[in-house]
Design a protein around this ligand. Structure first.
Ligand code: GAP
Length: 471
C-alpha cells in the first residue's frame, strides 16, 4: 500500500459519540430511521428510513455517484436486477463459500456467529470454523452461560422461489452483493459504452444477507444497500490501480465531512480474505462500538470473469488493440454500504455544544448531505403577511433545493430543532421584512445572522451550497 495504515490505538481516538443510544434515539425522534414493521413488534435487522433518513441516504448515494460516475470519464453506471440466474451464485462461489460459522446454545437456543462471542473476536474464519474451538477456548453462551454446539457453516444467502411452483428448480437468491450484476453485464457494457481498459462500472442497489448476528442499529442489517464499483484493468496493472483506489476512497469520506482521525485502513490477513479476494483493505471508521469496516477495497484478480466465462461458455476476454493481446481483465473493486456510510456521516456530524448555559445539539452535516438545505421560519406566525411571505420564499426555494417551513414553536426553539436535524441555513421573516424587503439568514455552525434582500436569498443559498461542494 502506498498509504501505510496508521496504527491507531482505539482508546486514543474517541468516537464522535460515546454511546450508540444517543444516535438511535435522535434517529427515531427526528424521523431518520424507524424499526421495520414496528406496529407488529419489528423484524430483526431490517430498518426503515423516515422522511429525513431517506433524504440523507439519497444525498449520500448522489454524492457517491457524482464522485464515481459523473466526475469521471472512465466509469459508467448500471442498474441490474436483484434476482439473477441461480447459476451466477454457484459460479461466483457464494453457494459453496459464502457462509459464517454458527453455534447454538444448548439451553436458551440462541445462535451466534463464533467470532461475535466474547473471547473469540480475533479468530480467523478458519479458526472460528474449527470443530474444537468452543472447547479449546472454553466459550459459553453470552446470554445464560449455557453450553454451545460445535460450529457449523451457515450460508448467508436468502432464497426465494421464482414462478408458481415452490420446488428446488424454482429457487433463486436475493443477491448478497451487487457486484455479480456488473460481471455478467461486463461484455454488454463494454460493447455499448466502447470503453477501453482501464474502465469501471458502478452500481447502487439492495443486497441481502441472512446475517447470524446482525446489530448495532443499521451497521449490520439483513436488507441493505451497496454502492459498488468494479474497475477492469490489465492484470499487470491491478496492483497499481488497487493502490490508487485506497486513498481516493478514503478521501471521499473526508470530502463529505468525516473526521480524518476516525478513519483508517486495515489490511485483511491472508486467512481472513473472502473467497474471491487476492488482497483486501478495509476503510474503517471509529464507531462508538469500535473500529469497524466502512468499505472494502478488493483485488479480485480474474476470479469472477474467468469463472463466468468457463461456466457460461461465453467469451468474456478483452482484446487490447494497442498490444494485440486477448486477456481476462482483473478487477479492483470498491464496495461501500450506503446505509453504513449514511450512519457514519450521521454519527460523525453529531455535536453537543454549550450555548448561553444551554446544551445545543447539532448535526453538522456537510451541506450537500443535509436532508433540508434551508428552513423558512416566521418570527410571528400570527401575522398573515409574514406567513404569506414565508410561503412565497419557500415555494421559490423548493424549485431548487429541499426546503421546509415550520411555525410550531418560538424562533429559538425552531432554530434548535433545525440544528438537531442538520439544516445548514434558516431564513427568518420578521416584521421589518415587510418594510425593507430583507430577511435574516442564520448559519447553523457559526450561528451568525446576515440580512439579505429577499430577491437574493435563493442565489445566496445556492452559492453557499456550491462553495461547500468545491471547498
Ligand atoms: N462485493 C464485495 C462485498 O460485498 P463486503 O465487504 O462483504 O464486500 C461491502 O461488503 C460493504 O457492504 C461493507 O463494507 C459494508 O459497508 C456493506 N455491508 C456488508 N454487509 C452489510 C450488512 N449486513 N449491513 C449493512 N451493510 C453491509
Amino acid at each position: 500500500m502506498t498509504d501505510t495504515p496508521t496504527i491507531v490505538d482505539p482508546d486514543v481516538v474517541a468516537p464522535a459519540v460515546a454511546g450508540l443510544d444517543t444516535i438511535v434515539s435522535l434517529a427515531k425522534r427526528r424521523g431518520f430511521v424507524f424499526p421495520s414493521s414496528e406496529i407488529y413488534g419489528g423484524i430483526n435487522a431490517v430498518w426503515d428510513y423516515g422522511p429525513l433518513g431517506v433524504e440523507l441516504k439519497n444525498n449520500v448515494k448522489r454524492a457517491w455517484w457524482r464522485a464515481m460516475v459523473q466526475e469521471r470519464d472512465d466509469i459508467v453506471g448500471l442498474d441490474a436486477g436483484i434476482l439473477m440466474h441461480p447459476q451466477v451464485w454457484v459460479t461466483s462461489g457464494h453457494v459453496a463459500e459464502f457462509s459464517d460459522p454458527l453455534v447454538e446454545c444448548g439451553t436458551c437456543k440462541r445462535r451466534y456467529r463464533v467470532d461475535d462471542l466474547p473471547g473469540a473476536e480475533d479468530l480467523s474464519p478458519a479458526e472460528a470454523s474449527d470443530p474444537g474451538v468452543i472447547e479449546r477456548l472454553g466459550l459459553q453462551c453470552p446470554n445464560d452461560g449455557g453450553p454451545l454446539t460445535p460450529p457449523r457453516r451457515f450460508n448467508l444467502m436468502l432464497k426465494t422461489f421464482l414462478g408458481p411452483v415452490e420446488d428446488e428448480a424454482a429457487v433463486v437468491y436475493l443477491r448478497p452483493e451487487t457486484a455479480q450484476g456488473i460481471y455478467v453485464n461486463f461484455r454488454n457494457v463494454r460493447e455499448t459504452s466502447r470503453k477501453k481498459i482501464p474502465f469501471g462500472i458502478a452500481q447502487i442497489g439492495k443486497a441481502f444477507r441472512n446475517e447470524i448476528s446482525p446489530g448495532n442499529f443499521v451497521f449490520r442489517m439483513r436488507e441493505f444497500e451497496q454502492m459498488e464499483m468494479q474497475f477492469f484493468v490489465r492484470p499487470d496493472n491491478a496492483t497499481a490501480q488497487f493502490e490508487e483506489w485506497l486513498p481516493r476512497r478514503r478521501a471521499w469520506y473526508e470530502r463529505y465531512g468525516v473526521s480524518p482521525e476516525r478513519l483508517r485502513f486495515r489490511e485483511h490477513r491472508p486467512d481472513e480474505l473472502a473467497h474471491y479476494a487476492k488482497k483486501a483493505v478495509d476503510v474503517e471508521y471509529r464507531f462508538p462500538f469500535g473500529w469497524k469496516e466502512l468499505e472494502g477495497i478488493h483485488n479480485r484478480g480474474d476470479w469472477d470473469l474467468s469463472r463466468h466465462q468457463e461456466a457460461s461458455g461465453e467469451n468474456l476476454e478483452y482484446f487490447d488493440p494497442a498490444t494485440e493481446e486477448h486477456f481476462i481483465p482483473w478487477i479492483v473493486e470498491t464496495s461501500a454500504g450506503a446505509d453504513r456510510a449514511a450512519f457514519t456521516f450521521l454519527i460523525d456530524a453529531y455535536r453537543e455544544e454549550e450555548v448561553r448555559g444551554e446544551t445545543r445539539v447539532v448535526l453538522a452535516f456537510h451541506p450537500q448531505l443535509a436532508p433540508y438545505k434551508v428552513a423558512v421560519l416566521p418570527l410571528l406566525k400570527k401575522r398573515a403577511e409574514i406567513v404569506d411571505l414565508c410561503h412565497r420564499i419557500l415555494a421559490d426555494l423548493k424549485r431548487d433545493v429541499m426546503a421546509v417551513y415550520d411555525d410550531t414553536a418560538a424562533i429559538g426553539k425552531l432554530y434548535r430543532r433545525q440544528d438537531e436535524i442538520g439544516t445548514p441555513w434558516c431564513v427568518t421573516v420578521d416584521v421589518d421584512s415587510l418594510e425593507d424587503g430583507a430577511v435574516t439568514v442564520r448559519d447553523r455552525d457559526s450561528m451568525t445572522q446576515d440580512r439579505i434582500p429577499i430577491e437574493g436569498i435563493k442565489r445566496a443559498i445556492l452559492d453557499r451550497l456550491e462553495a461547500a461542494r468545491t471547498g
